[in-house]
Design a protein around this ligand. Structure first.
Ligand code: PEP
Length: 249
């Protein structure tokens, strides 16, 4: 039985004061959550979040990391630093990193390896653009993204890692994939991995991301291959995020 995960990606939002309010509401509402819950604030607030959530069931993750371990890389943050700050997870390959910051498959795979070396759990994101979906290329695209990772780490490299299927056209648009559309891709990803290792595929958690809200979370999370969600906008509103977490229970 795979335990569901709900991960909040705050993106570049927040301030000390705003976070304090959000975190105190999350603390208060976190008592009876049955799924795994994490929030991923911007780097400067990681320590604030880790401190505020200490003793709760909610853990802290990062939105990005450097592929380099240490050294003269001005402005970068290493996996070891994230672990030192109390992070347990790190998002890798979010479509905003792929498109706005030009992160290639090779860079993302190097980030995955760096995260693993520091004991962080990578949440590796995959997803097709609208044009790719309309051209019938969804599975081709996500298989290619996954293959770039498998070629380096092998299927065994996915043990205790997490995948997130995030159709680019659904991120921040209010236009979620339907439960059937999402399930089809999740099942195909799991099927592809099953052909390599049945046990790794069966245990792997695959999250859905893209305009998940309190109103559609449950119908997505009851799909057999959807193991929770990666939540952007709705993770900034405590009551919405907690409702999504409860839908995963
Ligand atoms: C995301 O940023 O990963 C995301 C899914 O955003 P939203 O929930 O706002 O679509």
């Amino acid at each position: 039985m795979r335990r569901k995960i709900v991960a909040g990606n705050w993106k570049m939002h927040g301030s000390n004061a705003q976070n304090r309010d959000l975190l105190s509401a999350l603390r208060a509402g976190s008592v009876s959550l049955g799924c795994e819950v994490l929030v991923c604030p911007p780097y400067p607030y990681l320590a604030q979040v880790a401190d505020a959530l200490e003793g709760t069931a909610i853990v802290c993750g990062a939105q990005n990391l450097s592929q380099h371990l240490e050294g003269a890389f001005t402005g970068e943050v290493s996996a070891a630093m994230l672990a030192d700050l109390g992070c347990r997870y790190v998002i890798i390959g979010h479509s905003e990193r792929r498109t706005l910051f030009g992160e290639s498959d090779a860079v993302l795979v190097a980030k995955f390896v760096a995260a693993r070396q520091a004991g962080l759990c990578p949440i590796f994101c995959l997803g097709e653009s609208l044009a790719q979906r309309q051209a019938g290329k969804t599975l081709e695209v996500v298989f290619e993204q996954l293959n770039s990772l498998l070629q380096v780490v092998g299927v065994e490299g996915l043990v205790d890692a997490v995948l997130a299927y995030e159709p680019v056209w659904a991120i921040g648009t209010g236009l979620s994939a339907t439960p059937e559309e999402a399930q089809e891709v999740h099942a195909a990803l799991r099927g592809m991995l099953s052909a390599l290792d049945v046990d790794v595929a069966a245990a792997l958690r695959i999250l859905y991301g893209g305009s998940v809200k309190a109103g559609n979370a449950q119908e997505l999370f009851v799909q057999p291959d959807i193991d929770g969600g990666l939540i952007g906008g709705a993770s900034l509103v405590a009551q919405d995020f907690l409702a999504i977490c409860r839908a995963a229970n």
